[in-house]
Design a protein around this ligand. Structure first.
Ligand code: ADP
Ligand code: GN1
Ligand code: MG
Length: 386
């Protein structure tokens, strides 16, 4: 049976205008993304990876629930104007997705125009803005009950389970690839303590479970093309129960190095302190008053676990034969794993200074000219985003 093309798929959704064209868009590892142009609008059409996302209806329900709440919170504070929400466009039959004849699942969203996403934060201002946008989004959904959300991917950030999956793949060595990754395999074995500490923090409930984004990599935030201010948070597929450590950690992982995730020259993978600082300040400007002390004290640990966990997932996928993440060259997942492990080493080497930066970002508020008492005690929920 012939694959259905975006041009035919789009006809099933409630779109405005007449279809003009569909172009491949973005660099995601999981879904296929198309930018759709009609005579009056632009849309983002995505073929969602059904092997990974087992229940597309639940996934979209999570997004709709989080966005509805986000919008309600925005309305309560009309001073926040410039932040845009991606929105799910329903099918003509009212469904939140369309299933084609081949069994593929498609979802349509409004395109946030005038925006750009980054692969690398070139300047501290960009890191500040992107992190502030993630922080802002999180601040608005902070009061949601995680029990009301479907766990879209079971054990998604369960490091213990990720370790088990790794050892399982390692033992089988079905693709005979263990031989190419001996250093990385040893690296994993020497980092078991990360998994143990995370388990302790979660089981003792020192770190609360919250509705979280769970995929806060830098290209999942949109900046205004002209002003480079953060204007939206996208890629909401993994909104589900999680922790702040995962979200802050994935930002550390994807903001702080000037190298791309699949860079092969590891000397380029370094942790830029000025970017970390800008990122921490941007995120915490929105959240420092609502996070617990234990969460704040463990943000750097979040950076370590996420950089380790994604490296571990890339390595496991490499050993298993590249079945999860999209790849476009030999050893792609192994190269990605190596950048993560190099960055983790950077984080470990700079841990003390990173903690100091977090400390300063949460304790000292920058002296504002003409600051008044009311500004000082302002509730972050009422803060004007712009
Ligand atoms: P994936 O899950 O595969 O990473 P994303 O949802 O992140 O897919 O989309 C891929 C890219 O498409 C993003 O990095 C961004 O550049 C662009 N994009 C996605 N949604 C929108 C949107 N609503 N408006 C504008 N651009 C978008
Ligand atoms: C995937 O969809 P994308 O490319 O934003 C992955 C994340 C990883 C990331 C690594 C559902 O994110 O968990 O951190 O790749 N998403 C899923 O770059 O597995
Ligand atoms: Mg993405």
């Amino acid at each position: 049976m012939q694959q259905q093309k975006p041009a035919e798929i789009i006809d099933n959704f409630l779109i405005k205008g007449i279809f003009i064209n569909a172009k491949s868009h973005g660099n995601g590892h999981i879904n296929d993304t198309y930018l759709i142009s009609t005579t009056s609008e632009k849309y983002i059409l995505q073929k969602l990876n059904h092997n990974i996302f087992k229940n597309i209806d639940e996934l979209n329900q999570n997004i709709i629930k989080a966005l509805d709440h986000f919008k309600k919170k925005q309305k309560e504070n009309p001073s926040i104007k410039k932040f845009m929400e991606p929105e799910i466009i329903l099918c003509k039959n009212g469904n939140n997705h369309f299933k084609d004849k081949q069994g593929n699942y498609w979802r349509l969203m409004n395109f946030i125009s005038g925006s750009t996403s980054l692969e690398v934060a070139e300047k501290p201002e960009m890191a500040f803005e992107a992190a502030k946008a993630f922080g802002y989004f999180q601040q608005k959904i902070i009061d949601l009950n995680p029990d009301d959300f479907f766990p879209i991917i079971k054990d998604f950030h369960n490091l213990e389970m990720r370790m088990k999956a790794f050892y399982n793949v390692l033992e089988k060595d079905t693709k005979n690839r263990n031989q190419f990754a001996s250093e990385e395999i040893e690296f994993v074995k020497s980092h078991e303590h990360l998994s143990i500490k995370l388990k302790e923090l979660l089981e003792s409930r020192q770190i609360p479970i919250r509705v979280a984004h769970n995929d806060t990599k830098i290209n999942n935030v949109l900046l205004d093309k002209k002003t480079l201010k953060g204007i939206s948070v996208i890629d909401l597929d993994t909104i589900m129960p999680g922790t702040i450590l995962f979200d802050f950690g994935d930002m550390v992982r994807t903001f702080t190095s000037p190298a791309e995730e699949d860079e092969t020259d590891l000397s380029k993978v370094v942790l830029r302190l000025e970017i970390f600082e800008a990122m921490a300040k941007g995120y915490l400007s929105q959240l420092k008053e609502v996070l617990t002390k234990t969460e704040i004290d463990n943000l750097v640990f979040g950076g370590k676990i996420m950089t380790f966990m994604i490296g571990l997932r890339f390595l496991t996928d490499f050993l298993e034969g590249d079945i999860y993440f999209k790849t476009s060259r030999n050893n792609h997942n192994l190269d990605r794993c190596r950048t993560q492990f190099k960055l983790l080493t950077e984080i470990e080497n700079k841990e003390d200074i990173l903690k100091k930066i977090i400390n300063e970002s949460t304790t000292k508020s920058p002296k504002k000219k003409n600051a008044t008492k009311t500004q000082k005690h302002e509730n972050p929920q009422n803060k004007d985003y712009q």
